[in-house]
Ligand binder design. Structure first.
Ligand SMILES: *Cc1c(COP(=O)(O)O)cnc(C)c1O
Length: 963
């Protein structure tokens, strides 16, 4: 780094403490230097000998120039490819105030609901929009993409089979479901013995062995079928019906809820979220009331706060994997919150009339195109269509001619086969675009074309397909037409939410580090955001270069040989890694290997993913110092040696320590025929110091939204690539449309070949600007910051686990359980009290119930760490006041936290402590007060009275809106 001639190094902006601060902090910790701390913390047998072989770091300015150059190798053509991805117009007020606004994108998943009411409301809007458009009873607050949402539907329906269907295992899929969805279903069905039967919609047979069916609406080629008779027959046979539906079309077509669907899934991409070469976008999942306890992902619901007022929070199965673990039916943790918020806001912005107008315009232009083609004698095959035409050429040569002229005009069609062309119209198209398309056909096929015939050819839908019911009638979708109002509404919600723009969010395991502005710039450049994932690859050379460089860097960082960027969350990475392991065992004739060992401290997604990938989970004990109990591990590995598939291990452990025995642990697994899967969520404590390959793992996932600077977005997007050793590389996931993955790939695990491609420039930028030394220093400072907090708070809170020299890794657990006896204080009371001080709580009750797990990350400065510690110390003193009887055990600042503005201005204040103590407990809180929007929320009330659409109902019913 010395050789870098630029003074202005990014690494100094990314890392919070200055070199002087680092010295001070070392002395508080009781070590002479940062390196001494690291030597005493990271076991020497797993330390890297050499520096990472990465490029020299570049500055922010250089990075932008580099990405501009890469971007210029992507070509943005007009796109008519369809298949679930469409050009869309992101309203600028949403782009500027949400997508590009750290007040929104640096939020965490809304577990601390009192300081998350803004995004919870935005997500409730999203759910209401989905419920309205699909006409279903309940919807979740997003899934990862349409393919995985369809897979979740299949799994849910399989798990809920009716009593007469308990032995059925066939999931019938119409062959005109999107090919990428079918491929994802293949990956997800096989481990459970679900047979996918793919058939033509025209001769579907609802046999005994079928438990569910899936159809696409409109179908992949654009035809709209009336499924009502099929669904009636299915219903009479106890077969569940799932529909993958295009949300925009539902503004004008009969919604699936009106023709008997049990589950409706799809993408909300075309509601204002750019295609981004595949993602990220929010998928939706809507179903009937009867499945409300089985719905995957998170549901936002209305409950009440301590004052009896309505307040929002995540309901029910939100904590599903953590509670159900290996009994969970879904592993969804990170979803697509930021994108769901954008899509919901798109509906708020346009309102019912606007949405209908967009849908009608799309259909109108498709009708005009159809009419024009017809006038030239060109065959269009779809009888009923919304936006997609299927055009038959007379010969291969004709198609090639059309194709070459289209390419010349920078236009991409879908080439369905050698003589059939698909054209999907989108929101961005105009009449002039349609004329150009017709001219291309006229020129290619030597036809005469008179553009004067093209006015007003709206093709009416037949009565059975025409939507008659209203939607988006709630006031929220009918109040913010003016941009001023819209901007204020978005700001109003943003202000209710605590993000990194307010203060440190020290969530253990979640690595809420800096998401630098420079890292984020490129994702909204048209060259990255406006590419269709199935565009010809010679138009995506910039992307391909970026993927290749990023993969190379991730290989060096993990020590592995190959990478797949496809999984779009950490949990998806786990599933993918385990499927790759499964394919490996199968390839060696060892398909019986299906036992996965998982330590009791593991994240809930681990057991859930293991089961999804067809395994049985055996839990391995931890000893009293928090380490994996090596004897127990050994015993179990040997006991199951015939069928051992893998160990899933997080390193450093979720207990915040670098376990000394890790190499031995990996050895034991290998000796017994298993492979080692490393959950890489804690890679922030490894980069540059050690790596999963060196430790002995065979595969790991990385959470790019933790370690590699992609913002958390309030619960997504994320990227969970996997890196694998050579023997697993052949099995990396493929894709049915774009060739990716190994030579013997498992099917796709996400809809798009490179998953959430458009946010990969963020991690690319992070690595390029940090360089080898910068990344390594970040790791060291992450460990330093955690140990500093431990040292500062040692007289106040007990750290539950430490390594052999008494230090912690990059995160630590404070044991707060004894306060229950001494002061009747729960960990939740501390979490809520932190809000009064302007802080988001650390991770609560994971991995140990009743504790707090703190992960400061390297990005937090000494000043901020001290402020946080001051708040924690002050809270400890407040607990002491209760212990000493100064305040009573029921009425005190902790039990009543958080305190709202309304609380403290109330005329009848009858607490034993002052208003000032309640709301302004520190100088910082006085100067930078962040007001929780509501009082403490009653979770149980909301779960008993599940209500998941925009309140209040009375108004909901009153409003008259013409759609
Ligand atoms: C965050 C996390 C996961 C899950 O990752 P998602 O991206 O949320 O799916 C898995 N394991 C650990 C230890 C984690 O911290």
């Amino acid at each position: 780094m010395e050789s870098n001639i630029f003074y202005d190094r990014f690494v100094d902006r990314h890392i919070g403490p200055s070199d002087e601060d680092i010295e001070k902090m070392c002395s508080v910790i009781g070590v002479n230097s940062l390196d001494e701390l690291i030597d005493k913390t990271v076991p020497s047998n797993i330390r890297l000998k050499d520096k990472l072989e990465l490029e020299e770091p570049i500055t922010e300015y250089q990075l932008i120039a580099r990405l501009k150059e890469i971007a210029s190798k992507n070509k943005v053509f007009k796109c008519y490819i369809g298949l679930g991805y469409y050009p869309t117009i992101t309203p600028s007020v949403i782009k500027r105030n949400i997508l590009e606004n750290p007040g929104w994108y640096t939020q965490y998943t809304p577990y601390q609901a009192e300081i998350s009411q803004g995004r919870l409301e935005a997500l409730l809007n999203f759910q209401t929009m989905i419920i309205d458009l699909t006409k279903m009873q309940i919807a979740n607050a997003s899934l990862l993409d349409e393919g995985t949402a369809a897979a979740e539907a299949m799994s849910m329906l399989y798990a809920s089979r009716k009593s007469n269907k308990k032995n059925s295992n066939v999931f019938l899929v119409s062959d005109d479901v999107f090919p990428q969805t079918i491929d994802v279903l293949k990956a997800r069905s096989e481990p459970h013995g679900i047979e996918l039967r793919i058939g033509k919609i025209s001769n579907i047979e609802l046999t005994e062995d079928v438990f569910g069916i899936l159809v696409q609406y409109p179908a992949a080629d654009g035809e709209i079928y009336d499924y009502s008779d099929l669904f009636k027959e299915a219903d009479s046979k106890g077969i569940y019906k799932a529909v993958a539906a295009d949300l925009m079309s539902l503004a004008v077509l009969t919604p699936p809820g009106e023709f008997g669907a049990d589950v409706v899934v799809g993408s909300t991409q075309r509601f204002g979220v750019p295609m981004g070469f595949g993602g990220p976008h929010a998928a939706y999942f809507a179903t009937k009331e009867e499945f409300k306890r089985q719905i995957p992902g998170r549901i936002i619901g209305v409950s009440i706060d301590s004052h009896g007022k309505p307040a929002l929070r995540m309901a029910l199965q939100t904590r599903e994997q953590h509670i159900k673990r290996e009994h969970a039916t879904s592993n969804i943790c990170t979803a697509q919150v930021l994108l769901a918020i954008m899509a919901g806001m798109y509906a708020v912005y346009h309102g019912p009339k606007g949405i209908r107008a967009i849908a009608e315009r799309i259909h109108n232009l498709a009708s005009i195109l159809d009419y024009g083609l017809n006038a030239m004698g060109i065959k269009q095959l779809n009888k009923n269509y919304f936006d997609t035409l299927k055009i038959l050429m007379n010969s291969k040569e004709e198609l090639e001619k059309v194709k070459s002229i289209a390419i010349k005009n920078k236009i991409n069609f879908r080439y369905i086969d050698s003589i059939t062309i698909g054209i999907s119209i989108s929101e961005v198209d105009t009449l002039d675009d349609i004329k150009l398309l017709l001219k291309i056909f006229a020129e290619a096929l030597n036809k005469k074309f008179d553009e004067n015939i093209l006015i007003n050819q709206y093709k009416e839908f037949p009565e059975n397909l025409k939507r008659k019911s209203k939607y988006l009638t709630h006031p929220v979708f009918n109040s913010y037409y003016s941009e001023t109002e819209m901007m204020r509404y978005i700001k109003n919600l943003e202000r209710k939410d605590l993000s990194l723009t307010t203060s440190m969010i020290s969530l253990g395991s979640c690595t809420m580090k800096l998401n630098a502005a420079t890292e984020l710039l490129a994702l909204s450049w048209s060259e990255f955001s406006d590419l269709h994932p199935f565009a010809p690859l010679d138009q995506a050379e910039g992307y391909l270069q970026l993927f290749k460089e990023l993969e190379e860097d991730l290989k060096k960082i993990t020590g592995f040989d190959a990478v797949s960027l496809q999984p779009n969350s950490g949990a998806q990475g786990e599933f993918t890694g385990l499927m790759v392991i499964r394919a490996y065992h199968h390839s060696r004739g060892e398909s019986h290997r299906n036992i996965v060992l998982i330590p009791s401290s593991a994240h809930g997604t681990n057991p859930a993913s293991a089961v999804m990938a067809g395994n049985k989970v055996i839990v391995v004990k931890c000893d009293e110092s928090g380490n994996i109990d090596v004897n127990d591990l050994k015993e179990k590995a040997e006991q199951y040696k015939e069928n051992l598939s893998a160990l899933m291990v997080t390193y450093p452990s979720t207990h915040g320590v670098f376990e000394e025995a890790i190499v031995e642990i990996c050895d034991i697994i290998h000796k017994n025929g298993g492979l080692v899967y490393m959950d890489g969520a804690n890679l922030n404590a490894q980069v540059g110091l050690t790596n999963p390959a060196l430790i002995g793992a065979d595969v790991c996932h990385l959470n790019l939204h933790k370690t590699f600077a992609i913002p958390h977005g309030g619960g997504g997007p994320g990227v969970g690539p996997i890196a694998v050793a050579k023997h697993l590389a052949p099995f990396l996931p493929g894709h049915p449309i774009v060739k990716v993955g190994g030579e013997k790939p498992i099917p796709a695990v996400a809809s798009a070949p490179w998953g959430s491609a458009s946010i990969l420039p963020i991690s690319y930028a992070y690595i390029k600007m940090m360089g080898a030394d910068g990344l390594t220093k970040a790791t060291k400072v992450a460990i330093l910051n955690a140990n500093y907090i431990k040292a500062k708070l040692k007289n106040y809170y007990q750290t539950l686990y430490t390594g052999k020299n008494g230090f912690v890794a990059h995160e630590l657990i404070f044991d707060t359980r004894k306060f229950k006896q001494t002061a009747n204080i729960d960990v939740d009371d501390i979490a809520k009290r932190l809000m009064d001080y302007g802080y988001h709580a650390p991770t609560v009750s994971f991995p140990v119930p009743g504790t707090l797990m703190v992960e400061p990350t390297e990005s937090e400065s000494l000043r901020e760490l001290d402020k946080f510690c001051d708040a924690m110390i002050s809270i400890r003193k407040e607990i002491e006041e209760i212990e000493n009887g100064i305040y009573n055990k029921e009425d005190n600042v902790l039990k009543n936290a958080p305190h709202t503005a309304e609380d403290v201005i109330s005329d009848n204040w009858n607490h034993s402590y002052s208003r000032r103590k309640a709301a302004f407990p520190s100088k910082y809180a006085l100067e930078n007060k962040f007001w929780p929007a509501v009082g403490r929320i009653n979770n149980a009330y909301g779960d008993r009275n599940l209500f998941c659409v925009c309140p209040p109902i009375s108004e909901y019913e009153k409003i008259e809106v013409n759609t």
